[in-house]
Design a protein around this ligand. Sequence first.
Ligand SMILES: [Fe+2]
Length: 357
Amino acid sequence: MDQQIISAKDNYAGLDKWIYDGGVKKILLVCGKSIYLLKEFCKKIDEIEGKGVEVVRFHGFQPNPLYENVLDGLNVFNSESCDSIIAVGGGSAMDVAKCIKLYSEKTDIPFLVMPTTAGTGSEATRFAVIYRNGEKQSITDDSIIPQTVLMDSKALSTLPDYQKKAAMCDALCHAIESYWSVKSTEESKEYSRDAIRRIIRNIDGYLSNTEDGLSEMLIAANIAGKAINITQTTAGHAMCYKITSLFNIPHGHATILCNRVLYRWMLDNTSKCSDERGQQYLKGILDEIGIALGASDGKNGAKTLEDLFEKLELGIPAATPEQFEILKKSVNPDRLKNFPIDLDEDTIAGLYHIILR
Ligand SMILES: [Fe+2]
């Protein structure tokens, strides 16, 4: 099924069409409490309610949402007899909404999401993460990919600069990691290439809040999401999770910290390639990533990524010896399987010393 992308133009005409053509009468709106910042969208929702469509708001969830949050949402969905779901937010709102839809066992209900960051690409994937009894649970099901995505560039313009940069880095790292993943296909690589190019082309417009820059970044993050929907992520993401929690930095900041180092390291270690397609193939891929980044080859591509990281001024956290110990043991070896070069614990420890100060 092809995902339908609609825009916010003409006072959300696409949303009206989604409601009236889909016979939607009662919407479960899964959203964070900061939804009030999206003034025009909220006005539109009020207008929809004024025309007789019921909207039941659900924001009983937290960042890194819990299984219990999903059950609460499911309870509201069922007891209110909702016939459709809209999720508005970054990763958490979408994860909760995806799980509510899955547990409702109503696979064909209209499901629309509006991403409020250009980063996670969650609107394009079959994945959701929730926490149950303190354990991370990864849910994968094709039925939770939203049929419709509403892209509203205005939703991004209120974000703080640092959050915007981090979100963009997350999208860029999805595209890059998917490109070198052992699970890549011709289709996923086409998505990766497209996403990387779009991000590089639109960094300045996006950061200065031009209409075009914001819209293009939303599209790029969505396309990068389509790439990881096929391949999943690799070592960069596996290594970044503990950095996020230890130093309390956004996920996207941690992903680029790792990938700017991994890219260069890979160029020097293609002889240890574990991708069945071989060392020459991997060298070619690292060059292709460089070219998508606007450089002449892999080596210059790695430099481009390092320069971008510098330009964004995100900063490099300083780790204590104890933190380095925690980090090297934090990486789940299962999650490294998609990475095209085998990584042992000593190598990972060494990499963390380059990634952090
Ligand atoms: Fe990510």
